[in-house]
Structure formats: C-alpha cells, structure tokens
Design a protein around this ligand. Structure first.
Ligand code: FE2
Length: 379
C-alpha cells in the first residue's frame, strides 16, 4: 500500500483493543467489546435493532487478526468462527466518542412581546397532508417554542389529530384532555374566570409534559386576553443582568405540589432549566403550585429575592405577547419554555372554551428526526 496516498495502516493488536491509523493520519484506539458488539452483522435489517447478544460470549472478545481489505477493516475473532468487516468510513465516523449528530438539536431563537405578527402559523388541513410542512412546523417548535395551527375544525377529533402529528397524546394525572371553561366547583384557578398569572403547566409532575396544545373552540367573552412569553428570552437576559440570581434559580430545586381530595402530586424542579450545552432550555414556574419552599432559611435570604427579581422580569412588558385567541386556532407551545397566562374575564359576557392536551418533547424530536432524515418517512 502507498502510505502517502492512503495513510490508513493495518491495525496493531493489543490486549483489550486495537490501534489503527485512519484517514486523518492519527492513530485511533478501539476496544474489542465495542468492535464485536457493533459488528454490522449484529443488527437486524428489518427491526434495525441489535440482535447480537454480547452477554452470551463465553470469553472476552479478542481479535486474532485485523487486516485492511479495500476500504474496510476485517477482524477475525479468537474463540469464535466469525469475521467482522467494518467500512473504514464507519470507523472514522465513530472514532471521536461523540454522540450521533442530532438534527433536532437546533439553537433556540428568543422572541419578545412584539412577536405576535411573526408567530409561525400552519393550516390544519395542509399539515395533515404535507410531511414537509410538518417538518417546518416542528422545526419552528424546536427553535421558537410557540406556533399557531389555524383552520381547526370545531371538534374534539381535530385536537387529537393535530397532537398526533407530533406524538401520542400524553396523559397527565388529570387525564388525557382538559377543558378550560368556568366550572361551578373549581379545583384549579384555570377553571375560574380570575386572572391566571404566568406559569408552566403541571409543575408538580416529576416529568411535566413537554408540548401543550390549546384548541380555542369559543372566545366571545369580555376580557380573557392571552399572555405568552418566551422563558428562554427572559432567562437569557436574567443570566446577563443577574448572574448570581441565575445560578440560584438554575441550580437549586424547589418543591411544587398539586393537591386536592384524590391526588397529592409533588416534585422538585429548578425554576430555570438548562440543556446539555448549558443553554437555557426552559422554565418551571407556577406561583399557585409552588409548595412551601423547604430550603434553609438563610439560603432563602438569597433565593427569595432572586426568585422575585426573576418573577418581576417575567412580567416586564418587553416580554409579554398579548393577544386574543380566536375560535379555530390551536396554540401549540413548549410547556417547559413558554410561560402562559390570561387576563380575568367576565364569565357572563359570552362563551370561552379551550380544550387542551399534551405530547412530550422527546416524541416531538423523534418525529422531527424521522421527517428530516433522508428516505425514512413516507408521507
Ligand atoms: Fe396553563
């Protein structure tokens, strides 16, 4: 082989793995267990799952030879009549111990109170028949966290069909769906006509649902304007304005609860949520479901003022997107990112009826990956 034109060299076998110089000219080490487990023959082409069971190997896998054969490395195994053939390009792609590239890992774009005219809108009927538009919709959800589906039929089924374009309807402890209208014996402030301060939903759940759908079926009351604001925009600004407050709110979990006759949900969450890159990915905030904070009282000397500074910032006009939801629209938003609330309304002035449900963020990302991966999805 001409080393100058092709720097890949035969592997050097070691005790627990092998060294090979790949196309980048650098030596790379691969562990034998990893190589044996990930042999291309380990995967079933129909299920795309690993069908090889490494637990059934009698002895630790060990190569007896590893030779270059064209653009592949062929490994023969000790104690096993099996040859593994790895394309070199595959080894190169996996040499860095880096996670698989994730098309759904998109940078978020913060938005502010003047955002309403620019909110991405998608027509319900068109979404149902157009996989490319569904990818654009979910992309907007991942990047901006708030979208409106328009042209919703006035039916329960329309909400289910819309949610199912992203994932399965994800029940919470109060059921698969919820109806927001004035109740005679309310168990929740949402079911009264009072103002509802900015919050994220079901913070008392260990894993609060990630995507919320609010289908506006009727809205003819006086008042009841909606408030939405981007928690990422506020928390990113808070990080700059008040780094110590940001640290407290992103590192220290506080208790949330939701309790009535037949349930007693409890969780601990940080008010500001960070993703694996350390970027703000969301909030958990709800004054009506914040439990009695059980932190040491001297820590509260710092925590409470920071919590209030952040809460006041959330209410700054700069962040507050105000509008009236119209019948036939479905608000779709990231429940961990977008805080929402409403102004008080007059319950006798007309009808106000919202029907809602949730799916999860992980399902949304899964659907997005499937939609944007070459050759994977059939519309
Ligand atoms: Fe809510």
């Amino acid at each position: 082989m001409n080393v100058m034109s092709h720097p890949v060299t035969a592997a050097i076998l070691k005790d627990k793995g092998l060294d090979i110089v790949l196309a980048d000219g650098q030596p790379h080490y691969f562990n034998y267990y990893w190589l044996r487990d990930n042999c291309p023959s380990s995967f079933d082409s129909a299920t795309r799952e690993r069908s090889f069971d490494i637990f059934h190997l009698e002895a630790a896998p060990r190569a007896v030879s590893a030779e270059l054969a064209g653009d592949a490395l062929e490994i023969a195994w000790q104690d096993e009549a099996h040859v593994t053939r790895f394309p070199l390009a595959w080894l190169e792609a996996h040499a860095g111990a880096a996670p698989r590239p994730d098309p759904s890992d998109l940078p978020r774009k913060a938005w502010y109170g003047d955002h309403y005219p620019d909110v991405p809108r998608f027509d319900h009927a068109t979404l149902l028949g157009d996989a490319g538009l569904r990818a654009k919709w979910i992309e907007a959800m991942l990047v901006e966290g708030f979208t409106i589906v328009t042209g919703m039929p006035d039916s329960d089924e329309a909400l289910t069909r819309t949610a199912n374009l992203i994932g399965q309807v994800r029940p919470t402890f109060f059921g698969d769906y919820f109806d927001v209208r004035t109740h005679i014996a309310p168990t929740n402030t949402a079911y009264t006509s009072a103002a509802l301060e900015l919050h994220t939903d079901t913070p008392a759940e260990e894993h609060a649902p990630g995507v919320q759908f609010l289908h506006c079926r009727a809205n003819t009351v006086q008042g009841g304007g909606s408030l939405y604001s981007d928690g990422v925009a506020v928390a990113n600004d808070f990080r700059k304005r008040d780094p110590e407050g940001f640290r407290l709110l992103s590192e220290i979990a506080v208790p949330f609860y939701c309790e009535h006759d037949t349930y007693d949900m409890r969780s601990r969450q940080t008010v500001i949520e960070l993703d694996k890159h350390g970027e703000v990915s969301g909030l958990t905030i709800s004054q009506h479901m914040l439990d009695i904070i059980d932190l040491p009282q001297d820590l509260l000397d710092d925590y409470y003022p920071a919590f209030c500074r952040f809460g006041k910032m959330l209410q700054e006009e700069k962040y507050m997107m105000r509008f009236l939801m119209k019948a036939g629209e479905c608000m779709v938003f990231d429940n961990h990112r977008i805080v929402h609330g409403r102004a008080a309304y007059s319950a006798t002035s007309g009808e106000r009826y919202l029907r809602g449900c949730y799916t999860d963020r992980a399902e949304m990302r899964s659907t997005y990956r499937a939609l944007v991966s070459e050759g994977r999805f059939r519309a």
